[in-house]
Design a protein around this ligand. Structure first.
Ligand code: NOJ
Ligand code: MG
Length: 541
């Protein structure tokens, strides 16, 4: 029966601490999410991925789980989750939840028991090793977040080291232990039976480790081991996970975070359509706002993934990296410009990027707040809380232009992180009223994608246009669109484009209908061949 829903869906990532707060403690929660579901339905997204809301000591803000089958009181209760899920489903929104199978919190009862001694029941649920003869950690693996930190911590009482690819508070589970596999499968069943539509699987490529735990090559020293861990046994484990999830009705989906350095390596984690349904594709999270890095990124993605069995995904921002608008501004070529120019141009770039995200072939994931064109918050050292320095992109969502931006904070309590710059006007309520806003642009793009199979699942061909302008077509039967993205700061003329293939005629662009323009004027009119600086258009051919 046709294509699975997740190929055509637009996903929206919710970082629960920062989305919306219902109880005035300054921390977002499940009831807060529930109260804004209608705003997400209005935006038109199809599916929500909710980052962890399980019981957690919060050293990694929920990616350190101490009970996989309960909601942290900070976020609410299981009843709140059920109510959220029921309301989302009633609005036609799917919901996937985060599954963190590589590590638990060091305060998970399993790890507390493992700490009780070498013969404790859960000892082998984690990865323990003796020191090297000279007393050094068992191997040279480096933990994430700090290139000088070993991925091992010494446990004085038992005289052994335990492995953690992330913080010491996040001990790695030992997936060689069958009881761990059973327990983590049970977690999947728990949420599947509650009715979730699938999972986002955290650092899923790390659940298998080379049994010898060999040193990483010295040349790669300083790269977190997590970005290098790529061994065959993980694929077996993924096939079992896939079979478990596919055993439930309703096309549930697993989107895996496979944080490896090449898309070709990531591609193998789709298996033969028997491992991940989808895997994140990270190069666009790091690509600067320039024509060739983007065309390379697109070509390498489509070169590595066979869309018949490995459907691509696209992501511009998430909770782990500076937002793309921030990257295109401070990180980009706008450094020397004055503030007004930077603001105008980073807005233009973020709008053009929205056109890219929503018209490439593959499933788009948008990160809460990018539909408002948010910049990262400026977080002063006293307010920094994240060990990985990721606070800026986790700023609370400004819902309106009041001082508290729709966060019902009580006396003396403020939101857990500062709001992004310009929240007095760059917020949901103001943009909702303004048809020319970034929010409305996202809504129009999502709507067009839903109406046009060519844009969702159609074929893709790069067009040769002119230096600085990326172009491509999306085609499904008779329906065809061209997308043009001007990465330059100058106006350019683009009369036609060519696919570069000898047997393909050139595509005339002038006179075709402008379906969407990242800068609104011109929509619905014939294309005159001119692209303003940092402008993107979707043309109906
Ligand atoms: C990836 C998550 O996206 C990140 O936020 C987290 O810190 C690590 N995995 C560890 O769970
Ligand atoms: Mg709260």
């Amino acid at each position: 029966m046709g294509e699975p829903w997740w190929k055509q869906a637009v996903f929206y990532q919710i970082y629960p601490r920062s989305f919306a707060d219902s109880d005035g403690d300054g921390i977002g929660d499940l009831a807060g999410i529930r109260s804004h579901l209608s705003d997400l339905a209005w935006l038109g997204v199809d599916a929500l991925w909710i980052s962890p809301f399980y019981r957690s000591p919060m050293t990694d803000f929920g990616y350190d789980v101490s009970d996989y089958c309960d909601v942290d009181p900070l976020f609410g209760t299981l009843d709140d989750f059920d109510a959220l899920l029921a309301d989302a489903h009633a609005l036609g929104l799917k919901v996937i939840v985060d599954w963190v199978p590589n590590h638990t919190s060091d305060r998970h009862p399993w790890f507390l028991d493992a700490l009780a001694g070498r013969s404790s029941a859960h000892r082998n649920w984690y990865v323990w090793r003796d020191a090297r003869p000279d007393g050094a950690p068992p191997n040279n693996w480096v933990a994430a977040f700090d290139p000088s930190a070993p991925a091992w911590t010494f446990d004085e009482p038992s005289g052994q080291w335990y492995l953690h690819l992330f913080e010491p508070s996040q001990p790695d589970l030992n997936w060689d232990e069958p009881a761990v596999v059973d327990a983590m499968h049970e977690v999947l069943r728990f949420w599947l039976e509650r009715g979730v539509d699938g999972f986002r699987a955290d650092v899923i490529h790390a659940i298998g480790k080379d049994p010898d735990l060999p040193d990483d090559p010295p040349a790669l020293f300083g790269i977190p081991h997590c970005a290098l861990n790529d061994v065959p046994v993980t694929h077996e484990r993924l096939r079992d996970i896939r079979a478990l999830v596919d055993g439930y009705s309703g096309d549930r989906v697993i989107v895996g975070e496979v944080f490896l350095l090449s898309t070709a390596a990531v591609a193998t984690y789709y298996g033969h359509d028997d491992e991940l349904h989808l895997a994140f594709n990270f190069p666009p999270l790091f690509a600067p706002w320039m024509h060739h890095p983007w065309s390379d990124c697109i070509e390498s993605t489509y070169g590595a993934l066979d869309v018949r069995s490995a459907w691509p995904t696209w992501v511009l921002s998430n909770h782990d990296n500076p937002r793309h608008r921030t990257r295109y501004d401070f990180g980009g070529s706008l450094m020397g410009e004055n503030e007004a120019t930077r603001d105008r141009r980073s807005e233009a770039r973020a709008r053009a990027a929205a056109v890219l995200l929503m018209t490439l072939r593959g499933t788009p994931f948008l990160y809460q707040g990018e539909e408002l064109g948010l910049l990262d918050a400026i977080v002063t050292p006293e307010r920094r809380v994240d060990p990985g320095g990721r606070d800026g992109c986790r700023a609370p969502i400004p819902w309106d232009g009041t001082d508290t931006h729709g966060w019902p904070t009580g006396a003396g309590i403020e939101a857990w992180l500062p709001f992004p710059p310009d929240s007095d006007h760059r917020n949901h309520a103001d943009q909702r009223r303004d048809p020319g806003s970034m929010l409305h642009l996202y809504r129009r793009l999502i709507d067009l994608r839903h109406r046009a199979p060519a844009l969702a699942t159609g074929g893709f061909d790069l067009l040769e246009i002119t230096e600085g302008v990326l172009g491509y077509t999306r085609t499904d039967g008779d329906e065809s669109y061209a997308v043009l993205v001007n990465f330059t700061g100058q106006e350019v003329t683009t009369a036609d484009g060519s696919t570069g293939e000898p047997d393909h005629a050139s595509v005339s662009l002038v006179g075709t209908r402008v379906e969407i323009s990242s800068t609104r004027p011109g929509e619905g009119e014939p294309f005159d061949g001119l692209l303003a600086a940092d402008q993107a258009v979707v043309l109906r051919l």
